[in-house]
Ligand binder design. Structure first.
Ligand SMILES: [Fe+2]
Ligand SMILES: [Fe+2]
Length: 193
């Protein structure tokens, strides 16, 4: 079945099926990791690829990368804050905002990996869970815009030290990566059903 389901009973039933699918194949993510590694780094038209390949690409090149990015960014923010806490341009809400984003994104990616992606890989495109993910993407986009504001569009002050410059460059990279990640899911993966 490839059509999106419509009723709440269908969604509940398919969610239960998804858990069964995860239990049946708990090595799914690892298997896809190999596929994703094989195809990452090349210019691919994802609309012409299978959902299985796209999911592998998303997990390997975005989910795993974001997990590392947030860990590094929060560490680097702490270091920059220590040296620049009295600087008039230092954004004191940056660390808490990154921590909140990390928490929300980890929860979101876990739901995709444990529930939604296994369903899509079996040909199910459940409208309820997809709508929830799309709504959460909107929240991620709002969080990215706040990140843009906090960092003055990723522009450190003229007297910023090397770490501060590196921090904003890495936050800019996260901004681009997360927007690309959301685009691949909203406009390609979720539309393939
Ligand atoms: Fe994702
Ligand atoms: Fe997502």
């Amino acid at each position: 079945m490839s059509a999106r389901t419509e009723t709440s009973n269908d969604i509940a039933s398919e969610s239960a099926n998804a858990i069964d699918l995860v239990n049946e194949d708990n090595s799914t993510t690892k298997q896809h990791t190999h596929i994703g590694q094989a195809i990452s780094g090349s210019n691919i038209n994802w609309e012409a690829q299978s959902p299985i390949k796209l999911i592998a690409h998303i997990i390997d090149n975005f989910h795993e990368k974001h997990r590392m990015q947030f860990q590094q960014l929060i560490q680097l923010t702490k270091a920059v804050k220590l040296k620049n806490t009295d600087h008039c341009d230092y954004p004191h809400h940056l660390e808490s905002h990154l921590s909140q984003m990390k928490y929300e994104l980890e929860e979101h990616m876990m739901k995709e990996e444990a529930i939604l992606f296994p369903m899509i890989m079996k040909g199910y495109y459940p409208s309820g869970p997809i709508s929830v993910m799309e709504a959460e993407h909107l929240e991620h986009e709002k969080a990215l815009e706040k990140l843009t504001t906090l960092t003055n569009k990723f522009t450190p002050p003229h007297d910023a030290d090397e770490d501060w410059q590196r921090l904003y460059a890495k936050i800019h990279e996260l901004y681009n990566d997360l927007n690309e990640h959301i685009h691949l899911e909203n406009n390609i993966l979720f539309m393939q059903g």
